[in-house]
Design a protein around this ligand. Structure first.
Ligand code: PLP
Length: 285
């Protein structure tokens, strides 16, 4: 039985209960994070908490938790749940109102929730052992504030399901100008002629912690060029490699898109170089 945290108390997950009037439940009015932890070692912790704090500010929700408070919570959740390979899920919703009304309620205490789930072993930089992914494509029909890690994820869920029903692992999304935004639960990269290219940060995509760490690691190393720029749909189809990144996948090598091979259909050499560097430096963050 896993241990969860809800509103200042730790308890078995089955005993964690919220009111149906919680605005997280009624409106998806909240912010969340997922932080990977391997044997109690948190990955990218400061960046995850900073993104959550920016998200909370972005939706006008203030709580008096410090980074140290979040660290203590994550460390305890990891410990209580066996310090294995864990995704630590954190969520803050605007709290439980006495009625259903769109305007922000006054004097309502935010609901703070945390639990863990098992994640796979961290990927290793080995082409023959790499997990590979297939993706489908779709028009991005989500809202215009995708930079906020909101719990209102129905747009993402519907896009993920579209790909899932076609037998794909993820759905790559393109805006109305046929430019790549991201995937339903990952950021997206292409590789062309040895150059790593990913869409720039704006309101169309989540500022992924893995994305940002990867770009920083590659730029510090300096052997692989990285460009943050608009990526067209044609460039995606003609890419030598496609990657999807997220905290639990790290750098996922995509070998098929809409049923066609990506490049030669094998895990690429640039993936190998990037995952090697990422595995070496990820705990620097
Ligand atoms: N984009 C979306 C829509 C996501 O949901 C996620 C992760 O959940 C990401 C990108 C990757 O973000 P991160 O690297 O911080 O896990």
């Amino acid at each position: 039985m896993s241990t969860a945290f809800l509103n200042n108390a730790y308890m078995p997950i089955t005993e964690a209960k919220i009111s149906p009037l919680d605005r997280g439940f009624l409106f998806g009015d909240g912010i969340y994070e997922v932080i990977p932890a391997y044997n109690g070692r948190l990955l990218g912790f400061d960046a995850h908490i900073q993104r959550m704090q920016e998200g909370l500010k972005g939706i006008g929700l203030s709580i008096d938790w410090t980074t140290a408070d979040w660290k203590a919570l994550c460390t305890k959740l990891s410990f209580e749940n066996g310090n294995g390979n864990l995704g630590i899920y954190l969520q803050v919703s605007r709290g439980t109102d006495s009625k259903r009304y769109h305007a922000f309620p006054e004097a309502v205490t935010p609901t703070i929730f945390g639990f863990t789930f098992d994640i796979p072993q961290a990927p290793i930089a080995n082409k023959t052992k790499a997990k590979t992914y297939s993706v489908s494509t779709s028009k991005d029909l989500r809202w215009q504030r995708c930079h906020i890690k909101s719990t209102a994820l129905l747009g993402n869920v519907l896009h993920f399901q579209e790909g899932y029903e076609k037998g794909s692992d993820e759905t790559l999304l393109f805006n109305s100008k046929s430019e790549l935004t991201e995937a339903s639960a990952c950021n997206a990269f292409i590789v062309k002629n040895g150059i790593v290219i990913t869409p720039p940060l704006d309101n169309q995509l989540l500022p992924g912690i893995t994305r940002n760490m990867l770009i920083d690691i590659l730029r510090k190393d300096g052997t692989i060029e990285v460009q943050e720029r608009i990526v067209s749909m044609n460039e995606v189809y003609e890419a030598d490699e496609i990657w999807i990144t997220s905290s639990t996948k790290e750098i996922g090598a995509v070998t098929s898109i809409d049923g066609q091979s990506v490049g030669d259909g094998e895990v690429g050499n640039t993936w190998l170089a990037a995952q090697t560097l990422f595995s070496r430096h990820k705990y620097d963050y």
